[in-house]
Design a protein around this ligand. Structure first.
Ligand SMILES: Cc1cc2nc3c(=O)[nH]c(=O)nc-3n(C[C@H](O)[C@H](O)[C@H](O)COP(=O)(O)O)c2cc1C
Length: 319
């Protein structure tokens, strides 16, 4: 069976991945950079791997607790469906990423995709300029779920800011650019159009959705920041609807993210119109999950006698 998918148009050189299953940014290993992974993990068997987002300067991240449940693995095993985090983009900054981490990625056989987030339209361009001439990654994902310092608005909450961010990065790189969008917007299609119009080659939908969980016994929020981002099974139907809507509106590939725990969930995203999926929370619960999900998807498509993934993309009947 042909599992290959192309995640960039020819104008950006095309980007052929061997299959549609990737590891989502921030969930690669237990620290977002691969820690905890078996050194022999066959990362090259996945479509792509996205390390955690880098910002312009190093960031310490948010106050603890940053996770609910404190162990995603134990939570999932116990039937928990609410998964929250407020990590706060802990990272060493893009300059350290380019000098210290990109050479490591370069040695790996996997397709690595660098994720970055900036604080102003100008900073998107500056950060993309740091990637010039650096090898070790095949595409750049723009994490647009971060606030613009001038007005505090999230980039992917406004078409104008989305466009400025993508256009800034586009001016500095010829690599395929994926724009990762926020789920909590009134109309995902206007954000999708803005990103594509400014040069995004694919859209990643979606990031986590703002959420709050209070422990009624203590009367306190379970996270140190109060609010956090909801991921996992509860996010899936929300992201599914956004993927479906965006896929009707734009012609670039869509990458579905949110609650992919099994191969059937991956197939659901493909049917909704995604060309590929990213696995986040499931990976944090079990570092073998992306490999299992890929095997399950392949088995399902074989059972359905599908010759190529492209045959089922967007084929769901949604009235
Ligand atoms: C602990 C944790 C850290 C994350 N860090 C990032 C990040 O650095 N950059 C990013 O774009 N998304 C980040 N995300 C969001 C995921 O990439 C993904 O969009 C989201 O979790 C939904 O997918 P899931 O339901 O499979 O987890 C993070 C998610 C989690 C759970």
């Amino acid at each position: 069976m042909d599992l290959t998918v192309n995640l960039a148009p020819e104008r950006s050189g095309g980007l052929l991945l061997s299959n549609p299953v990737m590891i989502a940014s921030g969930t690669f290993g237990y620290d977002g950079y691969g820690r905890g992974l078996d050194p022999g993990a066959p990362l090259d068997s996945l479509g792509a791997v996205l390390p955690k987002t880098f910002t312009r300067r190093p960031r310490e991240g948010n106050p603890e607790p940053r996770w609910f449940p404190s162990s995603f693995r134990e939570g999932l095993a116990a039937g928990e469906t609410t998964f929250l985090n407020s990590i706060g983009l802990t990272n060493p900054g893009i300059e350290a990423a380019m000098s210290d981490l990109a050479p490591i990625w370069d040695e790996m056989d996997a397709n690595m995709v660098m994720s970055m987030a900036a604080e102003s339209p100008e900073q998107w361009e500056e950060m993309a300029s740091f990637t010039r001439g650096v090898s070790g990654f095949v595409a750049i994902e723009l994490n647009l779920s971060c606030p613009n310092v001038d007005d505090g608005a999230m980039f992917s909450h406004q078409p104008r800011l989305t466009e400025a961010a993508v256009a800034g990065a586009r001016r500095q790189t010829k690599l395929p650019l994926w724009a990762k969008l926020s789920p909590n917007v009134p109309d995902i299609t206007e954000i999708a159009h803005a990103a594509v119009g400014a040069g995004a080659d694919a859209l990643t939908i979606s990031n986590t959705i703002p959420a709050l969980h209070i422990d009624v016994d203590t009367g306190e929020a379970v996270l140190g920041t109060g609010y956090g981002g909801l991921s996992g099974p509860a996010l899936r139907p929300i992201a599914m609807a956004l993927v479906h809507k965006a896929a009707q509106a734009v012609s670039v590939p869509i990458i579905g993210v949110g609650g992919v725990m099994t191969g059937r969930h991956a197939a659901e995203y493909l049917l909704a119109g995604a060309s590929a999926v990213q696995v986040g929370s499931a990976n944090l619960a079990d570092l073998n999950a992306p490999f299992r999900i890929l095997a399950e998807l392949e088995a399902l498509l074989t059972e359905w006698e599908i010759a190529s993934v492209s045959e089922i993309i967007g084929k769901a009947e949604v009235a």
